[in-house]
Write a protein that binds this ligand. Structure first.
Ligand code: ACO
Length: 326
């Protein structure tokens, strides 16, 4: 087996900020409710006409530059998103064209908020088997496009953004252990009901607002804590890494209370937990990679550090990866 190295990270956040005060004018909510229940103060929202691929391209350019990789030698582009530019072609193909990565194979991967860890795991397999040398993983979301701005129970939670990682053949493995889980019996807890083949877009789906995300927040909260703790423990076991050796836990940024509960159950002190939810809200698959990239940019991740990514999302799907920063 070859070794697969994380060679560069990048991110792109839209410049437009939507604050809790702005939301107070749109739905029956308060800054106090949003802050105490979720930890979110503001989120980024794209301008009209900006799609997932546009954010993804900008994040990719930064990751590729940091990795010292030219788009022309990318073998594979994997995009994780629940808000693709179009049902097809894949968002990966749009990104390929914009980057000029003409020799890359391209596909999208759907694993909701766990997308980045699923994508990273997939990329690593391609490099370790020797099939490909340079893989670009992009997690990009324009959740504002599928958010019901009349539903206060969901619209306060989400934001737009993108992150990217370059995985290349190296001397050592960056990913020491992973765990991915799913539970298809809980599809109703969080979904975008219409727009696919199950409920094609129609006047009925539009009238009933079925083209927007639906979520049973309470139920998700309970499941999230349990599965994130379990996933991290399993990934740590596979990596043969102790909790005490973790330098930084980077969890999916869905709710500050979920993050705090997960860290407490894993016995990881809060100063080893990375959070940027107050600034960006939940960006689904982009949350984890944006947080990973920011933590690195802030100098919180140094060579030899052990970083644990821990995610869950609609599906349900959950995943954790134990990473050694090389
Ligand atoms: N402002 C004011 N009040 C509100 C708002 C709001 N924005 N939203 C809901 N409320 C009210 C409710 O109507 C309810 O009122 P009631 O008691 O009179 O009925 C009350 O607040 C409590 O509502 P709950 O839903 O019980 O609030 P909870 O404390 O559970 O917080 C939340 C809701 C924040 C959604 C939480 O359940 C949560 O974070 N769940 C997890 C969500 C998540 O992690 N999603 C991740 C996956 S995302 C993906 O995959 C794309």
């Amino acid at each position: 087996m070859k070794c697969a190295k994380i060679a560069g990270l990048g991110k792109c956040l839209p410049s437009k900020i939507l604050t809790n005060a702005d939301l107070e004018k749109m739905v029956d909510t308060t800054d106090e409710w949003i802050t105490t229940r979720t930890g979110i103060k503001e989120r980024r929202i794209v301008d009209k006409g900006v799609a997932a691929s546009h954010l993804g391209v900008e994040a990719s350019k930064i990751a590729l530059e940091r990795a010292g990789i030219s788009p022309s030698i990318i073998d594979l582009i994997i995009v994780t998103t629940i808000t693709p530019d179009t049902q097809f072609p894949s968002t990966a193909c749009y990104i390929q064209e914009a980057l000029g990565a003409s020799r890359a194979a391209c596909f999208d991967l759907s694993a909701a908020c766990s997308g980045f860890v699923y994508g990273l795991t997939t990329a690593v397999q391609f490099v370790k088997t020797g099939l490909y040398k340079n893989v670009l993983v992009v997690s990009s979301e324009v959740l504002s496009a599928i958010t019901d701005w009349q539903d206060r129970s969901t619209c306060v939670l989400f934001g737009d953004g993108a992150g990217a990682a370059v995985i290349t053949e190296g001397d050592q493995d960056s990913v020491l252990g992973v765990y991915m889980g799913s539970d298809g019996s809980e599809t109703e807890v969080l979904s975008l009901p219409a727009g696919g083949s199950r409920i094609p877009t129609s006047q009925y789906s539009l009238d009933n607002r079925l083209h927007y995300m639906k979520m049973q927040g309470n139920e998700l909260f309970r499941i999230a804590v349990r599965v994130m703790v379990d996933a991290a423990k399993r990934a740590l076991k596979k990596a043969a890494v102790n909790v005490a050796d973790i330098s930084l836990l980077i969890p999916h940024q869905a709710n500050e209370r979920i993050i705090t509960a997960v860290a407490k159950r894993l016995r990881i002190p809060q100063d080893k937990v990375y959070m940027n939810i107050s600034r960006y809200g939940n960006m689904s698959s982009a949350s984890t990679i944006v947080a990973f990239c920011e933590a690195w940019e802030e100098g919180l991740i140094k060579s030899g550090d052990i970083v644990v990514l821990d995610t869950f999302g609609g599906g349900l799907v959950w995943a954790s990866a134990v990473i050694k920063w090389l």
